[in-house]
Structure formats: C-alpha cells, structure tokens
Write a protein that binds this ligand. Sequence first.
Ligand code: HEM
Length: 396
Amino acid sequence: MDRAEDVRKIRRDHATPVCPIDRGEDGTWRIRGYEAARAVLRSTETVQAGLGIETVEKLPARIRRPVLYRDGPQHREHRRQTARYFTPRRVDEHYRGLADRVARRHLDTLRSEGEAWLEDLTFGVSIDVACEVIGLTHSRPGIQRRLERFFPEKFGRPGLTSWHGIYWLLRQNSQWLRIYLADVRPAVRAHREQPADNLISHLIAEGCSRAEILGECLTYAAAGMVTTREFISVAAWHLFTDEALRERYLAGSESERLAVVHELLRLEPAVARLKRRTTGAVEIPGADGPVTVPGDALVEIFVDEANTDPDAMGDDPTTACPGRSATTGRYAAALSFGDGPHRCPGGDIALMETNVFLGHLFALDGIRMLTPPRVTFQDEIGGYVLRGLRVAVDRR
Ligand code: HEM
C-alpha cells in the first residue's frame, strides 16, 4: 500500500524505528506515544524539568520562580488566579479587536513597501498581542529589536571559561537590563499608579519584586511571543505552498479556518520537546499494558511524534486533514500546547491571532512568497526558527 505523503515542513532527524516508550543510554525515559505522553503530562507525580530550568534553579531561593518553573499548590493557585486573562470570552472581547488592528497595521507596512520579511510581521503581531496580556504597555520605542536580541536565532552558552562564554554572559546580562529599563520598569511604575486588569498589575498586587516581575514577563515573552511568531510563519509557509489547503482555508468559515490552523499546529509543534521529572512512580499506558516509570526519573516527551501517533490520530497522521477524527477530543492540535497543569494558558489567544493574521495576509492582492525560509532548531525545546521567508504584494 502507498504511504501517504508526509507534508510537514519541519524535518527532525529521528533514529528509526522508534518505540512509543523507551530509555536512552543516559537513563532518560523517552515517550513518543500520544496516550503515554498525555499521561505523563497530566500526572501529579511529575514536575517541570525542561525549558531552561537549570538557569532558573541558579536563582537565589528568595526569588519566586516564573509560572513555567513552579509546581504543586502554588503553581495551581497562580494559574487559577490568572485564568481570567485567557478565557475564550476575554479573547473575544479584549484581544480579537486588538489582533485585528495590529495585523492590519503590520500588513499596511507590507502594502506600502511592496515586500517584507514574514518573520518581522509575525513577530510584530505576536509581541503586540502578548504585551497587552502581560501589561507591557508603556515601553520605549524599539521593543521588537530588544526582544530580537534577547531571543537570537542561535544561542551561545554563557560561562566564564572561554571568550565565547564571557561574550554570551555579558550579552545576556545586558539584554536583561535593556528590557528591564525600557519595558518592564515603565510598565511597573505606570501600573503601581493606576492598576489595570493585566498580569503585571496582578503580580504587583501579589507583592512580587521587580526582579520577579521581570522574570515572569520574559517567561511570557518566550512562551507567548516566540512560539506564536514561529507558528504563524510555518502556517503561512504551508498555505503558500499547498494550493488546495489555501483554497480550503480562504473559502472556509471561521471554525473551518480554525480547524486548518489546529491541524497545522498538530503537524508543526513550535515546542516539540517537553521534560518532566517524576516525584513518585507513574503508570503510563504502553503497547502491551501499563508501564511504570519509577520516581526521580527524567522523562522526555517527543511532541512531534506523539502528535503523529496513528493510534490517536487515525490514518495518514502526517498529512494535513483539518477536522480529522482523532481521539484527542477537543484538543485538535494534540499536545502542541502541552497538557496537564502546565498546559498553555494562551492557546486560544495564539489560535485566534494566527487566524486573524493569516486571514488578512492571504486576502491581500497579489500576495506571494518570493523566497522560502531557512530552518534552524532550538535544541532545548525542539523548537524551529524560520528566517528569510520574503513576501510580496501588489503595491497600493
Ligand atoms: C502557537 C503558540 C503557542 C504555543 C505552541 C505554545 C506552547 C506552549 C506549551 C507546549 C506550553 C507547556 C510547556 C510545558 O508543559 O512544559 C506552554 C506554556 C505556557 N504558555 Fe504557551 N504557547 C503558545 C502561545 C502562548 C501565548 C500567546 C501565551 C500568552 C500570551 C502563552 C503563555 C504560556 C505560559 C504563561 C505558559 C506556562 C504555563 C505553566 O507553566 O503553567 N503561550 N505553551
């Protein structure tokens, strides 16, 4: 039987064949099956162990950890208290209009100049929307450039034992300081005087220090801006190169368009590696019955593979089939937003802004791709970075 084409743009090297659950040479448990991955992420016997946690562990104990790196009752309480910024109603009433204005503004620049780098447009949109959620609303000009320098395409490893390490140490510290002075400090001052309904005001009311607010803002920037930027870019790349999918998208209702966006996010997870450490034995479903992962084990989840597990996604899991009948319930993007206590709170925002931006982009007269992007990877989160996708339109 012919195997259906694998339409994914992002190709990660995998040793083949692979088991749904196995152990690496260093003892790490590797999970590739959808059900097993979801069981680990939903378990209360696990804590965060990825996404640069080593850096956060070095912080003095008195500094409160950003949400991504907390676990247990304190984490649950923070999520409960901040859930109101992310409800579907809030997305509709507060962020949709904003996303619409922001997308039009960035695309106006494209229309007047005739050409642009897609990564600039998608970063602009995701920064403006996430800043509103966070409350980074009093920044000095140049936030996009500052964040671009804070999250470069390639990271070096900071340290004191080589010129390379010293360069990255100084560079990173100066980027923290720039963002603090130009974005976070003015926002904290303004919200101390006049609290608003956003994350920074909430953190101030909680008694967080400026360092803690800075850490939280940068976590949201990484979690909310960088991921959304890359995902919108890859979704646009698919629509530029797949005529049938593009036509289906353009002709679709809002919910049909969202189904396309979900399906593309399932196929191209912007965060493809999640890690957890078990705090007790965790039972997970394996091919031949339950498997027990012991306590204090490191578990790595291969989101891209779990998301294309045929047992959960049905036939031809690497093709784009919006609205496919899968066993993922209401999570049509499978594990691309994670699952369990750390499941992404910003999922609805990200899907809405992606849809708004793509809708406007592909409605432009003469919209076309001039050059495809080059793809690099951020190993720690298995993320992709797309740069160099040049778009053009008929000029006004
Ligand atoms: C396509 C875009 C996005 C993707 C693919 C994405 C993906 C993820 C994933 C996989 C996690 C879970 C990490 C883990 O379990 O270790 C996560 C957490 C998080 N995301 Fe998103 N995200 C996106 C957009 C956003 C947006 C727009 C926001 C906010 C404005 C946001 C805020 C967060 C926060 C605060 C967390 C930490 C939650 C916690 O640890 O409890 N994300 N995201």
